[in-house]
Design a protein around this ligand. Structure first.
Ligand code: NAD
Length: 479
């Protein structure tokens, strides 16, 4: 069996403990690799290496760093099919429709960062004192600790690594244990592309151990975390005093008004609910449908859900693979049962599929009559679910949306311009989409809002660079 080591200080190393953990294919339950189980001491060694790596990466010119990112993109491009294969095997998403596009998105992230850093501008500021010249520069923050989830194991790390390196930071990275095979594959690309020694350091192992060490250790200057709200809150405590970029969970509602184009809304909802098995922070997990069109919309979404083909994620006919791990499937079981107890009606799914190659396949699920006390409203489900509530007036819909705990993305479907702006301006969310579930691009600022539980800070294009640099004012006396 393949034994995957950690990458730190430009070398592949075992854990100090010598221990390895098992990596399984979620679609088959097969053991695919053994991954080094890092300890706190390993994380400390990686942080020290990043301290040295920072000297190298930060002293490269912006143009040199830009070329480095382009080289990383080229290596990923060259290995595209193999990386997508690893992604499907390790994470479970369909190879053709989701894994290959994620690798393409990863390539794009490195290329975009390579461009963005070249055109990042700062300002010259006029001040009252005529003897002074004041201007600003952006500098790297130093050693960036990054901790990433398993739902997009290439794309999410790329968002941090590409912009982190572009800005001149060194990185210590703890990936989610259940997709660590992907992390090793990405680190191999970084090595081949010639990332300076110690500029990126990968520590695999339990988040509560290696992740916690990265967050709390004084050797990391800033933390970038994508993951659940619960873990994000712990990180906010353990990393107190450090700049924190927290990209957390979401469950923002999709509101469909009576005058909406139902065909368009149903397609978007089905995509939002079932893409990546619903394991997306921006997925459609709560649909508020106006009473007059509720039943019609439900039927249309149901039709899309019935067309989903569950199965081997390498089979081109498959449109949905297994969920990634037992915890997320158990949560989906729990949320469906809870809604039944509270009077909701499951029109499709709501349970695991029993005759599959592993126990991690969950049926596409459509549920009506969900109430505010259901776990579907109270928590993030992170699964292939389309739970419906109905409402009568705009004010009622807005009130339901306002009570929602998350503030990442909300969608509104209507053909009325005034109504769309009413909701877009009043809903508390980092992004509100109108007549589409998509935010439009990787350079759009993305993140949670104050007063909600989806985190803080912004990623996306130049916003990632703003986040991952410190702004310094230089004040010169010319007399
Ligand atoms: P998680 O919070 O369980 O784990 C995320 C990462 O944190 C993993 O690498 C894990 O090992 C690590 N970790 C766990 N405990 C830790 C600790 N005490 N200290 C430091 N690190 C620790 O989340 P998950 O189940 O891997 O991912 C799913 C979650 O990620 C969902 O809530 C989803 O909404 C969120 N997510 C958010 C975004 C976004 O951009 N906002 C994108 C993708 C996923």
């Amino acid at each position: 069996m393949k034994k995957l080591k950690m990458y730190m200080d430009g070398k592949w190393v075992e854990s100090i403990s010598g221990a390895y953990f098992d990596a399984f294919n979620p679609a088959t339950g097969e053991l695919i690799a053994k991954v080094a189980e890092g300890t706190r001491e390993d994380a400390q060694a990686a942080i020290a290496a990043a301290g040295r790596g920072f000297e190298q990466i930060s002293s490269m010119s912006v143009w040199e760093r830009s070329r480095l990112l382009t080289s990383i993109a080229s290596v990923i491009e060259k290995r595209k099919e193999a990386l997508a294969h690893t992604l499907t095997q390790d994470q479970g998403k369909p190879y053709h429709t989701e894994a290959l596009p994620e690798i393409e998105g990863t390539i794009a992230a490195f290329l975009e960062a390579a461009e963005q850093i070249k055109w990042l501008e700062t300002s010259v500021i006029s001040v009252e004192d005529s003897s002074k010249r004041v201007f600003t520069i952006r500098q790297p923050k130093g050693v960036y600790g990054i901790i990433t989830p398993w739902n997009f194991p290439f794309m999410v790390p790329a968002e941090y690594i590409a912009y982190g390196l572009a800005a001149g930071n060194a990185i210590v990275w703890a990936p989610a244990p259940s997709t660590s095979v992907c992390a090793v594959a990405l680190a191999e690309c970084l090595e081949e592309a010639g990332v300076p020694q110690g500029a990126v350091n990968l520590v695999t192992g339990k988040g509560a151990i290696v992740g916690d060490e990265i967050v709390a250790n004084p050797g990391t200057d800033a933390i970038g975390f994508t993951g659940s709200t619960a873990t994000g809150n712990q990180i906010a405590v353990r990393g107190a005093g450090k700049p924190l970029l927290l990209e957390l969970g979401g469950n923002g509602p999709t509101i469909v008004l009576a005058d909406a184009d139902l065909d368009r809304a149903a397609k978007s909802i089905a995509f939002g609910s079932f893409f990546n098995g619903g394991q997306v922070c921006t997925s459609t997990e709560l649909i508020l449908a106006q009473k007059d069109i509720h039943d019609e919309l439900v039927q249309r979404v149901l039709q899309h859900a019935k067309e989903i083909v569950l199965g081997d994620p390498f089979d081109p006919r498959t449109t949905m693979g297994p969920l990634n791990n037992e915890m997320v499937v158990a949560k989906n079981d729990e949320h469906a049962l809870d809604s039944l107890k509270k009077g909701a009606e499951i029109l499709l799914g709501g349970k695991r599929v029993t005759n599959m190659t592993s126990n991690l396949f969950f049926e596409p699920t459509v549920i009506t009559g969900v109430t505010e006390d259901c776990l579907y409203c109270q928590e993030e489900t992170f699964g292939p679910v389309a739970p419906f509530m109905s409402f009568s007036t705009h004010e009622e819909a807005l009130e339901l949306a306002r009570k929602n705990k998350w503030g990442l993305v909300s969608c509104i479907f209507t053909n009325n311009l005034k109504d769309s702006m009413y909701f877009a301006e009043k809903i508390k969310a980092g992004i509100v989409t109108i007549n589409s579930g998509s935010g439009g691009g990787s350079n759009v600022p993305f993140g949670g809002v104050a007063g909600k539980q989806s985190g803080m800070g912004r990623i996306g294009g130049k916003y990632s660079l703003y986040e991952m640099t410190d702004l310094k004012a230089i004040c010169m006396d010319v007399t």
